[in-house]
Design a protein around this ligand. Structure first.
Ligand code: ADP
Length: 161
């Protein structure tokens, strides 16, 4: 049985921080499913199709990574995919509180499914999709923080040069 991890998130949009984490996780898991949340409660800049497409293009060079979407309970989705673990990234201490609650809730819902946390590379500890969008909307230089396709999409979205 391959070791499969589900990497859930909004990926609105995918950043180099997400990619860094995936590269680390690929040393541990045979297959990773990037599960893009449809997010009924969270307003996203990009549609689910746009977010998935950006993931697809950015991850085209990783044959053991697949892109999918999910709604509803994450643990249900993950067990349905025969995943051994949920993968989440930790940046600074600020992530801990929320991630801790989430992991504990998921454990309560599905005791057999573990959450695995990996630390992002130092270069990306400050990078979140929301801060990135904030910078991009005001014309900030986000080169080098996101894959090329995301850079293009943000330029289109915000009408930047
Ligand atoms: P969510 O809306 O669930 O927080 P995100 O797309 O923002 O979804 O993040 C998905 C996962 O990727 C989370 O585990 C988050 O901690 C991780 N992540 C986000 N940004 C980075 C980064 N710069 N480096 C490493 N991991 C990150």
């Amino acid at each position: 049985m391959p070791d499969i991890a589900v990497y859930p998130g909004s990926f609105d949009p995918i950043t180099n921080g997400h990619l860094d984490l995936l590269q680390r996780a690929l040393k541990i898991f045979d297959r990773i499913i990037v599960a893009v949340a449809t997010n009924a409660f969270k307003k996203s800049l990009f549609t689910i199709e746009e977010r998935m497409e950006m993931c697809r293009v950015s991850l085209a060079d990783y044959p053991t990574v697949s892109i999918d979407t999910f709604d509803g309970l994450l643990v249900k989705y993950a067990t349905g995919k025969k995943a051994r673990a949920i993968l989440r990234g930790l940046r600074a201490v600020t992530d801990f509180e929320y991630e801790f609650q989430l992991a504990m809730m998921n454990r309560r819902l599905e005791p057999e499914l573990e959450t695995v946390f990996l630390m992002t590379g130092l270069r990306w500890v400050f990078l979140s999709s929301s801060i990135l969008k904030e910078a991009a909307v005001h014309g900030g230089d986000i080169v080098g923080m996101v894959p090329e396709i995301v850079f293009q999409k943000l330029q289109e979205k915000f009408g930047l040069k």
